[in-house]
Design a binder for this molecule. Structure first.
Ligand code: NA7
Length: 540
């Protein structure tokens, strides 16, 4: 094989299509699940929905796909996204290149032959010249806190990221949800509708923005098809990969009345535009950020009748946007239901499970079902659960013990011909925009290598050091430094705290990657070293 692609989510599917169908290379795709979908295969929890708008949370590489697929509404549910990825896999006949039910345990670079050897759980060894992990940022690395007495509990326990394929009933049951991140906030109102009683275990009150979902009609679809070129152009040029820009002004230069009017208008519109489409400095300047945060606190207060409960639900310890923004639908209203209780585990932490439920430092709460919406060992976790071994036996886990060190989030020194899609240190925001760019960048890189009979590519240490230093500086401008979250490893006890992503804007990131390629892959060393290596798909 020319390339092994690990993963059959958004990025893996496009990578296989691009390499095999568009560049004519031989490709083997491997995925631990039974079928395509990645994140959207696993995250089947109640209320699971993408919080980026459907018309830009999708592939843009195919005009046909953009025209053929009609999104049912503003934000797609998990089942619709899974159906979409199935449609794409079928349309481009991608399944025939995949081996499913194949959990990768290790991947080793055989320096003598210049070949990657990938070993799956069933002992099979798969070989290819290029290794392209498309492992995603979350799905394969669900995080479950080590709660004491977990084995004692007689009820059901589900992690949202490993949700069963068969329906889970909450009817007549006492349900506990631990976690109020994007996932918990989506699940709460849906589970509340069915459970006899729902206990929401909250450690940190969050800023949540109304999603304002709505259904699409044919007119909307036709308008999108007519305007897709501009929409994607806008998304690619924007700071976060979303099809809007901020207004270019500082919030500090606006009058209180102007700020209020703009925040109100964007609040009514809903979605991430509220944060990213207002003033240019709300995500970097503490004063500008405080204006937004105070506005949102006021909105939460309006929606909760009980002042004590409102106080508990209003965030006070971190800037808005310092953690991954959350969008919600009827989240705050759920707490007005008689069958929903908020459990404060900031002041009264969870001590562990008991046979009957969960014990906090204040009380024991009897439960039939516990939902762990406790997140993921994000960004590095999906990589480090595979034992990657590069040149001279160097382990990725050792190289990244103090935080990930990559060049552009694409390459790692000592790991030749391993090119990551959305690896640690790369841009983030609207995932498909960043992912499509990476797939195309990697495709062009492989074409360049094959055309020039280059056997290996590997980043230079100096380039990695410079990239990490630049990324660290960008992260220092970002408000993410004021909060523990999966942005910086702070959500996992014991994980080293380091910026896991590139906090400069997406457009700036893309430009830097393009410049590197245009400059003959500056910062990467390319070599023609092995007699045995080489693909059958040279492109002389
Ligand atoms: P997140 O955003 O990491 O949220 C996890 C939540 O779980 C968060 O509210 C945590 O509390 C809570 N948590 C974790 N451990 C504990 C313990 N020990 N006790 C109590 N509460 C705990 O994960 P999500 O799944 O919601 O979202 C992950 C990403 O998936 C999301 O950003 C999207 O990009 C897709 P905390 O708030 O830290 O106090």
């Amino acid at each position: 094989m020319d390339a092994i692609v690990i993963g059959a989510g958004f990025s893996g599917l496009y990578m296989v299509h691009h390499l095999r169908n568009e560049l004519g290379l031989s490709v083997l795709g491997l995925d631990a699940e039974e079928d395509v979908g990645g994140t959207w295969y696993q995250n089947r929890y109640p209320g699971a929905r993408c919080d980026t708008e459907s018309h830009v949370y999708c592939y843009s590489f195919s005009q046909e796909v953009l025209k053929e697929w009609k999104w049912s509404g503003r934000y797609p549910e998990q089942s619709e996204l899974l159906a979409y990825l199935n449609y794409v896999a079928t349309k481009f006949d991608l399944r025939r290149s995949y081996r499913f039910n194949t959990l990768i345990e290790s991947a080793r670079f055989d320096e003598r032959d210049g070949i990657w050897e990938v070993v799956s759980g069933d002992g099979e060894v798969h070989r290819a010249r290029f290794l392209i992990p498309c492992v995603g940022n979350f799905a394969s690395a669900a995080y479950e806190p080590q709660f004491e007495g977990r084995h004692l509990f007689k009820g059901e326990v589900y992690h949202t990221g490993r949700w069963p394929k068969t329906p889970v009933s909450f009817d007549g049951k006492r349900v506990g949800i631990i976690g109020t991140g994007s996932t918990g906030v989506q699940a709460v109102p849906v589970v509340a509708e069915e459970a006899e009683h729902l206990y929401v275990f909250q450690r940190t009150a969050q800023f949540a923005i109304p999603a304002r979902h709505r259904v699409h009609d044919d007119d909307r679809h036709n308008w999108l098809v007519e305007n897709y070129d501009e929409i994607w152009e806008l998304a690619r040029a924007s700071p976060g990969g979303f099809p809007f820009q901020h207004n270019g002004r500082s919030a500090l230069d606006a009058t209180p009345e102007e700020r209020q009017a703009l925040f109100e208008a964007l609040w009514e519109e809903g979605g991430f535009k509220f944060l990213l489409g207002s003033y240019r400095d709300v995500m970097v300047n503490r004063q500008a950020n405080d204006y937004v945060a105070e506005f949102v606190r006021g909105k939460i207060r309006e929606r909760i009748a009980d002042p004590q409960l409102a106080h508990q639900l209003i965030p006070a310890d971190h800037p808005i946007g310092s953690r991954r923004p959350i969008s919600e639908t009827k989240y705050y209203e759920a707490f007005s239901r008689p069958n929903v209780s908020l459990v404060d585990v900031r002041n009264f932490p969870i001590e562990g499970f008991t046979e009957k439920g969960i014990r906090t430092s204040a009380e024991e709460i009897p439960l039939d079902v516990v939902i762990l919406a406790t997140g993921f060992d994000a960004i590095t976790g999906p990589f480090l659960r595979i034992d990657f071994e590069g040149r001279d036996g160097v382990k990725l886990s050792e190289q990244w013990s103090d935080g990930p060190r990559t060049y552009l989030g694409i390459g790692v020194p000592g790991f030749p011909n391993m090119l990551m899609v959305n690896g640690p240190g790369s841009t983030f925001g609207n995932h498909p925009v960043g992912m499509e760019f990476h797939v195309q960048w990697i495709g062009s890189c492989l074409q360049h290598m094959l055309a020039n009979r280059i056997d290996t590519i590997e980043p230079e240490q100096e380039a990695v050091d410079a990239w990490v230093a630049h990324s660290t500086t960008e992260a220092e401008y970002s408000l993410s430094r004021f909060a523990d979250s999966w942005f910086n490893g702070g959500n996992i006890p014991g994980k080293s705290r380091a910026p896991l992503l590139y906090f400069g804007n997406t457009a700036k990131y893309r430009k830097q990657c393009s410049d590197v390629a245009a400059d003959g892959y500056r910062g990467f060393s390319m070599a023609r070293i092995t007699a045995g290596a080489g693909s059958g798909a040279g492109t002389d």
